[in-house]
Design a protein around this ligand. Structure first.
Ligand code: G1P
Length: 281
């Protein structure tokens, strides 16, 4: 089976919930302790075997591009001032082998529309990852690795799932399972998904911001209409694709922080500060 080597990270949002900080700093560049939120997702994808990161971004968010580019001037300055140890922080070796692509989303028409901007970079029969950086997921093995492993078992598209309370289902994509008899180890076949159900959720199992999808999803993304919140929803394209393709879900192992909310962002900072050895110098 082919390796999964590409990951799409939609990062074009305005980050209005974090104003005024996000007036000049992209939301995704705000740090969890000392590392921008988006770098956690990028590292997760790289650890899972990804070689090409495709950011769906906005031309106004150049800080993200600067962060993932070499800066020879800074590197030289660090060398000159004997701060060699800082170099690996600013320019991790792992990034040398990665190609970073930037595709622009000029209008905020929803997650489905954002992902569609990667169409030209992914083949129809190629499987790829999508990571929503706002969901910071901490585990060893990480959640992208868990998706890749599930893909190897099923040769299918995989969604990362977690249980939520019934009141919370209206915030997420919520799934229905197929007959339990067709489980493949911990991978459960899915029959449908609905975005942010306001009433009668089909279950209390929601999708977290990690997906492993087939490139043919772009055909469905081209045909969806405005859905929940008047936006073009990735969930609606997945639901259409489910009628023609096998999809499985895994209830992933890991701790989740919703860094799209202030509470989740602060909790994530506290967690990382407590659990990682931090040099406070
Ligand atoms: C998006 C997806 C939703 C998914 C969620 C996970 O929603 O549309 O299906 O459950 O991410 O975080 P958003 O958080 O952008 O409203």
């Amino acid at each position: 089976m082919k390796h999964v080597t590409k990951a799409v990270l939609p990062v074009a949002g305005l980050g209005t919930r974090f104003l005024p900080a996000t007036k000049s700093i992209p939301k995704e560049m705000m740090p969890i302790v000392d590392t921008p939120l988006v770098e956690y997702a990028v590292r997760e994808a790289i650890e899972a075997g990804v070689k090409e990161i495709i950011f769906i971004t906005s031309p106004t968010k150049k800080a993200i591009e600067a962060h993932f580019s070499k800066n020879q001037e800074l590197e030289n300055l660090l060398k000159k001032s004997n701060k060699e140890s800082c170099i690996s922080k600013a320019f991790p070796k792992e990034f040398d082998e990665i190609t970073f692509h930037y595709a622009y989303q000029y209008e905020q028409l929803g997650l489905g529309h954002a992902v569609l901007q990667a169409n030209h970079l992914i083949d129809q029969d190629e499987f790829f990852l999508i990571l929503l950086a706002d969901d910071l997921l901490i585990n060893e093995p990480n959640v992208c690795k868990q998706l890749v492993e599930a893909h190897h078992k099923t040769s299918s598209s995989i969604l990362a799932l977690n249980k939520v309370s019934t009141e919370e289902t209206k915030k997420y994509g919520v799934i229905s399972f197929k007959d339990k008899a067709s489980d493949i180890s911990n991978c459960k076949p899915l029959s449908a998904i609905v975005e942010k159900p306001q009433t009668n959720p089909p279950s209390n199992i929601a999708v977290t911001g990690r997906y492993l999808l087939k490139g043919s999803i772009f055909n469905y993304l081209k045909n969806i209409k405005e859905g929940a919140q008047g936006e073009l929803q990735l969930t609606d394209a997945i639901n259409l694709a489910m009628q023609d393709n096998n999809f499985f879900g895994i209830e992933y192992e890991g701790i989740k922080f919703d860094c799209g909310s202030k509470e989740g962002f602060i909790r994530a900072n506290l967690h990382v500060a407590k659990t990682q050895k931090i040099n406070y110098e």
